[in-house]
Design a protein around this ligand. Structure first.
Ligand SMILES: Cc1ncc(COP(=O)(O)O)c(C=O)c1O
Length: 423
């Protein structure tokens, strides 16, 4: 069995924790992907994980494939400036005007690491505030009370991070304005930056109050700290302008990733021109990378942005998420479950609980066991939901009406079976 071999060579048998699917006997093995479907050792599955949000046009989109193939014909790495990356960046800036200047890196993790370093370099201060359950990648500055796989595996703060580093990251409850004001008062003059997922997609889906986001902007401005929006999930996902457009708030720095690489590795950190000018070689804050602005990722990203600009992908993907969210409420209700469903644009998540979901604590109070059981049953019926209640489901432009119907029918069967199993 492949997993046995994999366990002998990879820690836990995988190369990223969220792939381990600890509630199943073995992780899924991928064989291919096309449109809305993943082809796996458990058969064809409608994909709602979509590489944790990296895919928005659907798998193997022809425009992206053509762009990548064309790039391969021209060679695939130069480590020099290219016209294509300038065009790509200009397009990003057109849609996200707070990003006046940017640096293109390889992953979201690199993007947030550099954004925090830059904020510290700019303000000459050292403490950052992050929020409980927000996930900003796997580096020392932010891997404190993080969401995503860290929450699924119950690893609130990674081993191996020096106490001196942990001390510089103050963790505050998400979507709690009073707690935030208090933390800002306590940190005082040492506050370099506040980093936040403006819509949280790593502790399930949590859509914060507008007042919370506004408070972040006003307070950081008042105390001379920078506001970093981590839009690695939400950027070009909740719309071309991301969550900052949705809330009408302009952060000082933004991080992007996932969608903008069209399924290839990418990260971007960018923002105010005066702050970005501190990045090497124009300034003293160092960032460099052999693979920065990799031509294949940029080609895939550019093709993706062009498609998104037509508006059609958002229309299809958002409609799919809306319909499924509504159907899950109905289907779960009919099967006799208390379920809360949250949805925005092409993201949704369901929680086995009564009441509402506005904070990470609300997510923790959901019945995780039922979610994982549902996940397993959905696979049996041909649907791959995101593998944890601490992650989020995504739809894509390939999730057309017929695929949505197929999904709803499969979920109905899964909920019914779940009910009969738990009695
Ligand atoms: C909001 C957010 N920030 C940062 C990251 C890290 O990005 P990457 O996995 O590309 O390093 C993620 C990944 O899930 C994310 O969701």
């Amino acid at each position: 069995m492949l997993f046995e071999r994999a366990k002998k060579i990879f820690p836990g048998g995988v190369n990223s924790p969220a792939r381990a699917l600890k509630h199943l006997p073995a992780p899924l093995v991928a064989q291919g992907a096309e449109g809305p479907y993943l082809y796996t050792d458990r058969g064809r599955l409608v994909d709602y994980c979509l590489a944790f949000g990296a895919v928005i046009l659907g798998h193997g989109h022809p425009r992206v494939r053509e762009a990548v193939e064309a790039q391969l014909r021209r060679g695939w790495i130069y480590a020099l400036l290219t016209e294509q990356e300038v065009e790509f960046a200009e397009r990003i800036r057109r849609h996200v005007p707070s990003v006046e200047k940017m640096r293109i890196v390889n992953t979201g993790t690199e993007a947030t690491m550099n954004a925090v370093r830059l904020a510290r370099g700019y303000t000459k201060r050292d403490v950052i505030i992050k929020f409980d359950g927000n996930f900003h990648g796997s580096h020392d500055y932010v891997l404190v009370k993080a969401g995503s796989g860290a929450a699924t595996w119950g690893v609130p703060t990674s081993a191996g991070i020096p106490q001196d580093v942990v001390k510089l990251t103050v963790v505050v409850p998400y979507n709690d304005v009073e707690a935030f004001y208090k933390a800002v008062r306590e940190v005082g003059e040492r506050l370099a930056a506040v980093i936040v997922e403006p819509i949280a997609g790593n502790y399930g889906l949590i859509i914060p109050d507008r007042d919370f986001i506004k408070a972040l902007r006003e307070e950081t401005e008042r105390v001379g700290a920078l506001l970093i929006f981590d839009e690695i999930i939400t950027g070009f996902r909740v719309g071309l302008g991301g969550a900052q457009e949705h809330f009408g708030v302009r952060p000082d720095l933004t991080t992007l990733g996932k969608v903008i690489g069209g399924g290839f590795p990418i990260g971007v950190f960018g923002g105010r021109g005066d702050v970005m000018d501190l990045v090497a070689p124009s300034g003293p804050v160092y960032n460099a990378g052999t693979f920065n602005a990799h031509p294949v990722s940029v080609a895939a990203g550019l093709a993706t942005l062009r498609e998104l600009e037509t508006g059609q992908p958002y229309k299809t993907a958002n409609e799919a998420a809306e319909k499924i969210a509504k159907a899950v409420e109905d289907v779960a209700g009919r099967a006799g479950f208390d379920v809360v469903v949250k949805q925005i644009a092409s993201m949704f998540q369901l929680y086995f609980k009564k009441g509402h979901v506005k904070t990470p604590q609300d997510v923790r109070e959901s019945n995780e066991r039922l979610y994982l059981k549902l996940h397993e049953l959905a696979i049996k019926h041909g649907v791959y939901l995101t593998p944890s209640q601490y992650e989020v489901n995504f739809t894509s432009a390939a999730h057309t009406g017929d695929v949505v119907e197929e999904t709803i029918a499969a979920l109905e069967r899964a909920f019914t079976e779940l009910k009969s199993q738990i009695g």
